[in-house]
Structures are given as C-alpha cells and as structure tokens.
Design a protein around this ligand. Structure first.
Ligand SMILES: C[S@@+](CC[C@H](N)C(=O)[O-])C[C@H]1O[C@@H](n2cnc3c(N)ncnc32)[C@H](O)[C@@H]1O
Ligand SMILES: Nc1nc2[nH]cc(C(=O)O)c2c(=O)[nH]1
Ligand code: SF4
Ligand SMILES: [Mg+2]
Length: 207
C-alpha cells in the first residue's frame, strides 16, 4: 500500500471516474459508473491500463466525494476497478455507496485480501501474482485472460477453487485476439461450463 493512503479507506488514489457500459463478463451491456483506483504491482505484461500502476501519480480523493459523484448518474451501479482496487481497504467506500442505494461491483486480480461490501465480484486471476482463497471463495465470476494455449489448463486449475455457482469466462488477451479466439471458441464448444467474454467496449469505441 502506498504510504500516504490512510488505512481507514476514507481517501483513495483516484485515477479516473467515468459513466459507461460494462464491456466485459457477466454484466456486459449494463450502464455503470466506473471508479478506477491507481496502484498495482501484479505486473501483467499485457495490461491495458499500465498508466494506473504507480499509485503516487493519482490524487488521494475523498471516498465521500466519490459517492456523491456516483449518485449523479441514472444507473445505480458502480464498478470499482484499477489498478488493483484490493490494495486498499474498500469497506468505507462500499458502505457509503450501498447506503446511497448503489450496487457495488468489483474487478480484481484477487492478489490482495478481500475488503468491501459487494453485490458482484469479478475475479480475473493472474499468473504473475496468484489469487487469494478468500477472493476465490467469494467470486461471482472467474474471468481468465487467454494469452496463450497454456492458459486453458491454468484456467481449469483455478476453476476448482471457486464456488459451485461461479460463472466461468475465457477472455482473449486483446493483442492475441486473432490467434486465440478460434481456440477459445473450440474450447467452449468442448467445455460448455465456460463462456466467452469479449472486451466489447473496445469494439464500441467507448471508455
Ligand atoms: C485493468 S484490470 C483492473 C482490475 C484488476 N487489476 C484485474 O486485473 O482484474 C480490468 C480487467 O481487464 C482485464 N485486462 C487487462 N488487460 C487486458 C488485455 N490486454 N486483454 C484482455 N483483458 C485485459 C483484466 O484481466 C481485468 O479483468
Ligand atoms: N467499458 C468498460 N468496461 C470494463 N469492464 C472492466 C473494465 C476495467 O478496466 O476494469 C472496463 C473498462 O475499462 N471499460
Ligand atoms: S492485475 Fe489488473 S491492473 Fe494489475 S497489471 Fe494485471 S491487468 Fe493490469
Ligand atoms: Mg479496461
């Protein structure tokens, strides 16, 4: 954790906030307010938001203000992402959002302990810093990024540790789309407990 970030979660390093359509996973297609927190040390070489990694570049922002901003939008749903949002104690922010009648969704690698009150947890585990058991247990969806063929086996190894009702997704790594998508299609046809997730916002040219 960046040393200036208070442990109580009342101030958080905010990279950006934007109102858009959830592009990936189970809630694809739904309007939501995105809150992107800075800071991540997982180090995915293909990460599509490397500008988020250095928490020091993102101003410490009042969680109360983030809640006030989220209240202005018609969709009463937020997606908290990053960076790696579980670097921080998210109890205070998510309590405030829920008290305001807003549903709380998170995008996480699961590399840090679970905090916060969640309506939906999207766990996208990474080889570079594996997921913790508390997050595997609580995940509503497991969304594995497929960068090469070995990721199918890796996905199965993690699917063993999620709950029975957890949704299973395979999402092509963006730069490997052409190569990996046909393999994902064949894999899902043979293993229909898995579904395909695409980063639809990148096709729609929206944030
Ligand atoms: C940028 S991450 C931030 C949240 C958290 N650190 C995580 O990795 O889940 C948001 C989502 O984008 C996915 N993602 C990042 N880079 C990607 C890429 N190049 N291709 C496909 N998905 C990507 C991640 O796996 C994750 O599901
Ligand atoms: N539209 C849209 N949907 C998303 N779902 C997860 C995202 C993320 O970066 O966490 C994301 C994003 O950056 N944009
Ligand atoms: S864990 Fe998420 S934010 Fe961190 S490097 Fe990987 S994809 Fe990027
Ligand atoms: Mg994104």
């Amino acid at each position: 954790m960046s040393n200036q970030v208070p442990e109580d979660g009342t101030l958080l390093p905010l990279m950006e906030e934007f109102y858009t359509i959830q592009g990936e996973g189970y809630h694809t297609g739904k309007a939501a307010y995105f809150i992107r927190l800075g800071g991540c040390d997982v180090g995915c070489h293909w990460c599509d938001v490397k500008e988020s990694w250095d928490a020091e570049l993102h101003p410490l922002t009042s969680a109360d203000l983030i809640v006030e901003n989220a209240k202005k939008f018609p969709a009463k749903t937020v997606v908290i992402t990053g960076g790696e949002p579980l670097l921080y104690n998210l109890d205070y922010l998510t309590r405030g959002l829920k008290d305001a009648g807003i549903q709380t969704f998170i995008e996480t690698s699961g590399a840090y302990p679970l905090s916060g009150y969640w309506d939906w947890i999207c766990l996208s585990p990474k080889k570079f810093k594996g997921p913790r058991p508390d997050v595997l247990n609580a995940a509503g969806e497991l969304k594995v990024i497929v960068f090469n063929k070995s990721d199918f086996q890796w996905a199965e190894e993690h699917a063993r540790f999620v709950g029975k009702n957890c949704k299973l997704y395979l999402q092509p790594e963006w730069s490997k789309m052409t190569e990996m998508t046909p393999l994902i299609i064949e894999y899902v046809k043979e293993n229909p407990q898995w579904e395909i997730s695409l980063q639809t916002h990148k096709y729609l040219n929206i944030p």
